[in-house]
Design a protein around this ligand. Structure first.
Ligand code: CDP
Ligand code: MG
Length: 741
């Protein structure tokens, strides 16, 4: 096909006639784009009307106008930094340009384009498949954790999360199946993207044939250019896509706002009443706030319409956040402003209320007004206390600029910043990269799996080097999990752990569960812990929802309760209404089922046996809880007074209100330690201290255990055993059952 066709008139039947890999010009690509036949289907098919319609739209994107220059830079350089405003067409168009130049499809190679967010990878792949007139999952596909829609040998353009590409790098360090790798949204500085940058820098030296494009919003490109410099002097070239924006008026608040959610709602209502037609985008920090604001705005507007029917138009509020079900997410693109209710009546308006996902990853057309309260939610890990907190933080100046840039794309826009200009100047310039504020145990495991020695971890070529203490903590917890042996090389267990798309502790839990004869149950529990929100609790049906939850509850264990929900879900599969009637999310459960299948497949690959418990209910529950202790022993807390104190790092926390446990239990194992203004343990099971000593002896080693109440409590178990011998150990075995049935 590509260039080597001998037929004299093949230019009419082969749109890629005369194309030579990486010597393709803009004029050639444009000709292929306008061709009647699709270059990427085999045999070539005629382009549909929809293709032509979308092509007309694509031609208006700023990136399209730069095609000639792009091919020149791409053909001549191994690494290119590409920066452009959100919405200019980077994510959807650049990989397609590369497809014409690389001709990956005819060379058995692929083009990868990474995204930090699952939603973005998936929705872009859908869009691009449509633009290229091919079926999603064939020529164009996507791969995100627990969901792979690609076809081996057919897919040549693959959108994927950065985490998935990192995973692939573990089995093929040189990523040989790819001809070009595009790292997108690098300004978000996720942990996986940061590591990939370091990795690709090294791979580029080994593989002259690999091309790399680093894409970002128009921010601090120099930092990336310098990082990817070849030799000491030459910076990697910067390809800048000029924005094509209309003027945007920025309006600051005169006074600080006391309550940003209330202020935001007030602003949306004011815009709706006073400003010209045009859609509104409001940034809030999370699901609860967003849902609440949607309800309030709708109520207020309905009220206003009753009062002033001739001057207030209808409104549609569309929430957008990652945990939303896909059909709900799609609304943000599909739904338009409602029409006026009658002739001469005011026009309707669409209001999108989103987390910062709409800052760069997703472009919603038609936004004229942006309301920016100046906050977002950020996860921060403190290596000293080993505590992760998810808190509302002020955004950075860079974020504020991105938010502003979501308007003014098709006509002049306005951005309302609900803070003063002085406050804006005091904000951090850039958002703190994830590598500087995360638990690094997963990253450490992956780097070691990639062939980096533990002792060399600090010397890896990071764009920003993490704190030594954070690295140390990562290594320490992996040591407890027996991922490394004495000379700090990966054990077979550690190597297997790295292959599971899970946190190392959950991976270890899964791998050791066959020893407890309950791997079937543990794989279910792990899947349930890997999906968002199982419980549904509508604002107007809280009592009913709580009563439904009560019926699922297994006393003393949220983990066993989750298992119970899943099993009942499977039993009632034929009844479509079952999830809704029982106040559980059918979508989350279906996802858990999918995750479970994938984990089960991986377990098969490593010949980990799938076994279910036998014997009495009490016995099988005990096996499951013991397996949980064996994997999650670092997440244990002991009751002290009215709260719980975590082991070793001595942090106090309460049981989260969603826990189905009362506070009478002495030792608990938890899935999450969260800080949202107060500290909470979420998803908790009662365990016995005997199990801790028996199943995690190196972590609960009393010889090195810090002095204190916890140590005394643990010692109390061992002492009578030594004194009274066999007999008392029987008594203890009874006591070791934490719940009575
Ligand atoms: O990556 P960048 O922000 O530069 O832009 P993009 O994601 O490639 O989007 C370019 C244009 O494609 C947007 O302005 C949207 O109008 C359109 N698009 C769409 O309609 N649906 C999608 N799922 C993605 C993009
Ligand atoms: Mg993009």
């Amino acid at each position: 096909m590509a260039g080597n066709s001998k037929s004299p008139d093949s230019s009419t039947t082969d749109p890629l006639h005369g194309f030579l890999p990486r010597k393709v010009s803009g004029a050639q690509a444009r000709k292929a784009l306008e061709h009647d036949l699709n270059a990427f289907t085999n045999p070539p098919t005629h382009h549909t009307a929809r293709y032509k319609e979308l092509l007309a739209y694509r031609k208006k994107l700023p990136v399209y106008a730069q095609m000639d220059d792009f091919f020149t830079v791409f053909n001549e350089n191994q690494i290119v930094i590409l920066a452009g405003e959100a919405g200019s067409g980077k994510t959807t168009q650049i990989p397609q340009f590369v497809a014409y130049s690389d001709l990956a499809h005819s060379r058995g190679k692929m083009i990868a384009c990474t995204q930090p967010r699952r939603v973005a990878a998936k929705s872009t792949a859908e869009r691009v498949a449509e633009e290229m007139d091919v079926q999603l999952g064939y020529q164009v596909g996507y791969s995100i954790r627990f969901e792979n829609r690609t076809k081996r040998g057919t897919t040549f353009l693959k959108y994927m999360t950065d985490g998935m590409l990192l995973r692939e790098a573990m089995s093929d360090h040189s990523l040989r199946q790819y001809s070009t790798i595009i790292l997108d949204e690098v300004h978000e500085r996720t942990l996986a993207t940061d590591i990939l940058m370091g990795l690709l820098k090294a791979v580029a030296k080994r593989r002259a044939d690999l091309k790399i494009i680093i894409m970002s919003a128009t921010l601090n490109a120099v930092k990336f250019q310098e990082y990817f410099s070849l030799g000491s002097e030459t910076r990697a070239p910067l390809f800048k896509v000029p924005g094509r924006t209309h003027p945007i008026e920025i309006i600051y608040s005169q006074e600080p706002e006391l309550n940003y959610v209330e202020a935001a709602i007030r602003f949306v209502l004011t815009i709706h009443r006073a400003e010209d037609p045009g859609d509104i985008l409001l940034f809030l920090t999370g699901e609860d706030e967003i849902e609440m604001a949607c309800r309030e705005i709708k109520l207020e507007v309905d009220h206003l319409i009753k009062q002033y029917p001739s001057s207030v138009g209808p409104i549609v509020c569309i929430p957008f956040y990652a945990a939303l079900e896909p059909t709900q997410q799609q609304r943000v693109f599909d739904q338009t402003a409602p029409p006026a209710e009658g002739p001469d009546l005011p026009l309707g308006r669409k209001v999108v209320i989103s987390t910062n996902i709409a800052e760069t990853s997703l472009t919603i057309d038609g936004i004229v007004y942006v309301v920016d309260p100046g906050y977002f939610k950020q996860k921060i890990y403190n290596p000293r206390t080993r505590r992760e907190s998810l808190l509302v933080h002020p955004i950075s100046q860079a974020s504020a600029q991105q938010r502003t840039g979501r308007t003014g794309r098709t006509r002049p826009g306005k951005c309302f910043r609900l803070y003063t200009e002085e406050y804006f100047m005091s904000l951090e310039e850039e958002t703190c990269p994830e590598i500087l504020r995360s638990n690094l145990s997963n990253m450490v495991l992956q780097l070691v799996k990639l062939g980096i020695w533990v002792k060399d971890l600090a010397q890896f070529d990071y764009l920003d080097t993490p704190a030594p203490e954070a690295l140390m903590r990562g290594v320490e917890s992996l040591n407890y999990l027996k991922a490394f042996d004495e000379d700090e090389t990966l054990t077979p267990l550690g190597s297997m752990m790295a292959e599971f798309p899970l946190d190392p502790q959950l991976a270890s839990l899964l791998i050791t569960s066959p020893q407890f004869k309950c791997s079937e149950e543990i794989v279910t529990i792990t899947s349930m812990l890997s999906v968002p929100r199982i419980w549904v609790r509508p604002a107007d049906q809280k009592r009913e929802a709580d009563a439904a939850k009560e019926l699922f509850t297994i006393p003393g264990s949220d983990h066993l309760t989750l298992l119970n929900v899943y099993n009942q879900y499977v039993e009632n599969k034929s009844d479509e209404d079952w999830p809704q009637m029982n106040f559980v999310s059918g979508h989350a459960l279906a996802e858990a089922e999918e995750v479970r299948e994938q984990l089960q497949r991986l377990m098969g690959k490593f010949e980990l046996e799938l076994v279910s418990t036998t014997g009495t209910e009490r016995k099988s529950r005990q096996s499951i809880l013991r397996a949980l202790v064996c994997g999650l022993f670092m997440q244990v807390a002991r009751r002290e007074g009215n709260s719980y104190r975590t082991i070793k790092e001595d942090q106090f926390a309460e049981l989260h209100p969603s826990c189905q446990l009362n506070e009478g239990h002495e030792w608990v194992l938890f899935d999450e330690f969260i800080f949202t203004g107060r500290s909470y343990l979420r998803t908790v099971s009662e365990v016995s201290q005997e199990w801790l000593l028996e199943l995690a002896p190196s972590y609960f080693d009393l010889r090195t255990f810090p002095d204190g109440l916890t140590k005394l409590a643990l010692e109390a178990v061992t002492k009578p055993k030594a004194a009274a011998g066999e007999q008392s150990s029987h008594r203890m075995a009874d006591r070791a059952t934490p719940w009575s049935l």
